[in-house]
Design a protein around this ligand. Structure first.
Ligand SMILES: [Zn+2]
Length: 329
């Protein structure tokens, strides 16, 4: 894949191509924007362009360098991410050590640091030192959804490249050829993707996620008894962390929709295929009850991230959500 094929991020790719063309490449970049809009793909393709043997402003995708980066086995490419906790100082130290070695075969060493908002304090300080005296021939690409958790001193040393959600027509362009555009499934995926190309493709390829959503919404639409809540928490304890996060995101989208509906913003509704049920349910909550419900689900997401007991955390969430209603039955 080349820059030309990345959907909806012409502004970001043009800035980078312009720098390649004029030889004004920065030592450090910050790719900022929501998940699933093409930041990682752009970073990898930028690494290809920086090392492509044809030396143009887009990757050739044919030379040995482009192909090695596509297979993530180029010796001058490093990808760092937060795994099982934040990015640790050892990961940055290894990079620093390697930066002293000469290039193996490329023109630039490229460090792609995903989850740049998840550093230990020590690791963030160590990275800052690297940014203060950037090693020659190294291009560092930090990737993050938001700027808030990054040190201002790190921010000031990076060139920020903004990535935005794709428009509806850009998402439809991706769906075209996979699913009839006038089908309910296409409309649903377009809404659920919320401008994220990666999410649209994921939903196209993973029918089971749409089925999981159906089950979650059915639970939300019914008025669960205490027994059903306990059973549901048990049933969900075996979901993978990704499935659990998606499940909670469906619940969040539901309450967010109810709140939007109360404020009369129908066109922003995500679960538009459930409009009748949403309208019915919105009568059961006050705006403050819905804000409280949203806060409850967000707290649950955080708690599960700390690996507290899944069953207890989910039970607690459902019980609290029940309390958010104006009338419980
Ligand atoms: Zn190439």
């Amino acid at each position: 894949m080349s820059f030309e094929e990345i959907k909806g991020q012409r502004r970001a790719t043009r800035i980078l191509q312009n720098e390649v063309a004029t030889g004004s490449i920065s030592g450090a970049y910050l790719f900022i924007g929501p998940d699933g809009v093409g930041k990682n793909l752009t970073a990898l393709n930028f690494a290809k362009i920086l090392n492509c043997k044809e030396g143009r402003i887009d990757s050739c995708d044919r030379c040995s360098s482009c192909q090695k980066i596509d297979r993530l086995c180029h010796p001058d490419l490093r990808i760092i991410e937060a795994k099982e906790g934040p990015i640790k100082i050892e990961q940055i130290r290894t990079l620093k050590r390697e930066s002293a070695y000469s290039l193996y075969e490329g023109k630039k060493k490229v460090w792609i640091i995903r989850d740049a908002d998840k550093f230990t304090q020590e690791a963030a300080n160590s990275l800052l030192k690297v940014l203060e005296e950037p090693p020659p021939r190294v291009v560092i690409i930090l990737i993050s959804q938001t700027k808030e958790k990054l040190l201002p001193t790190v921010l000031s040393r990076c060139e920020t490249i903004p990535f935005s959600p794709l428009s509806s027509s850009e998402i439809r362009e991706i769906l075209k050829g996979h699913v009839p555009l006038d089908s309910p499934k296409a409309r649903l995926i377009e809404k659920l993707a919320r401008g994220r190309a990666g999410e649209a493709i994921f939903l196209l390829e993973n029918e089971d996620v749409l089925n999981l959503r159906e089950k979650v919404l059915a639970s939300l639409e019914g008025n669960l008894s205490l027994e059903q809540i306990l059973q549901l928490a048990q049933n969900w304890k075996d979901l993978s962390s990704d499935q659990l996060e998606r499940t909670l995101d469906v619940i969040l989208s539901w309450f967010r929709d109810l709140l939007i509906l109360k404020q009369g913003g129908d066109k922003w509704i995500i679960n538009h295929d459930r409009m009748d049920r949403l309208k019915e349910q919105s009568e059961r909550y006050s705006s403050s009850g819905l804000s409280k419900a949203i806060e409850t689900v967000e707290t649950t997401k955080r708690h599960l991230g700390y690996r507290l007991s899944t069953v207890l955390t989910l039970e607690d969430m459902w019980l609290r959500l029940r309390e958010c209603q104006l009338t419980t039955t």
